[in-house]
Design a protein around this ligand. Structure first.
Ligand SMILES: [Zn+2]
Length: 212
């Protein structure tokens, strides 16, 4: 096999971004994501040489075909979300994906998203708790352009005006920088003194001071 010419096209139809894939035989590989307006993105996968350790400082090189590497990556990328999961990545038979291959990939991705949405609907019916809806399920509903009551996070994250860290809306004190964001609420929990309590407290302190 001529490894120089052994290249296959790993096709991605989804906008999902993955962290780089790592393999000892090629190092790190970025899986391409379609740019806006593109129907798919191709990441070319090249054949590699693996090195087998035979012991006694002897090694043996062996070829790994592009197809083997691509199949392995596809299995890893699609398979991380349970049985039958599909994230829109496949290996094209030729250098470019055919219409049939793309249609089939869209059908599979659609079916997977619909299953996720169904599971979320059931969960919502049972618990009405958005905590039990996964990010994957939310993403699936958005991909299918479905409006669901469980799509909305009831506790939107706000930013602390003092340090810029993400905080829960309505908290009294920023957990990062300790800035008091709601004095009334902070006082309620004894974190600061109420305006009205201050002079009195000062007077008490003075009294204590003079009693010594
Ligand atoms: Zn802060």
């Amino acid at each position: 096999m001529n490894t120089q010419n052994d290249v296959v096209a790993l096709v991605n139809i989804s906008a999902q971004k993955w962290p780089p894939r790592h393999r000892t035989y090629f190092g790190s590989l970025e899986i391409r994501t379609p740019e806006p307006g593109e129907a798919f993105a191709i990441t070319p996968i090249h054949a590699c040489k693996g090195i087998m350790d035979l012991g006694d400082k002897r090694t043996m090189e062996f070829p790994i075909s592009a197809r083997e590497i691509a199949d392995d990556l596809v299995l890893e990328l699609n398979g991380d979300s349970g049985e039958g999961s599909f994230h829109g990545v496949f290996v094209a038979a030729g250098p470019m994906p055919t219409e049939e291959e793309l249609t089939e990939a869209h059908r599979k991705l659609d079916a997977f998203h619909r299953r996720l949405v169904e599971a979320a609907d059931l969960e919502w019916e049972r618990s009405h708790n958005p905590m039990f809806i996964t990010d994957l399920e939310r993403r699936a509903a958005r991909e299918l352009k479905l409006d669901k009551p469980w799509l909305y996070d009831p506790k939107p994250q706000a930013e602390c005006p003092a340090c810029g860290e993400k905080i829960k809306a309505g908290v009294a004190v920023c957990r990062s920088c300790r800035a008091i964001l709601n004095r009334e609420k902070a006082a309620e929990f004894g974190l600061v003194l109420r305006e009205s309590e201050r002079p009195l407290d000062l007077m008490k302190l003075r009294e204590k001071g003079s009693a010594k």
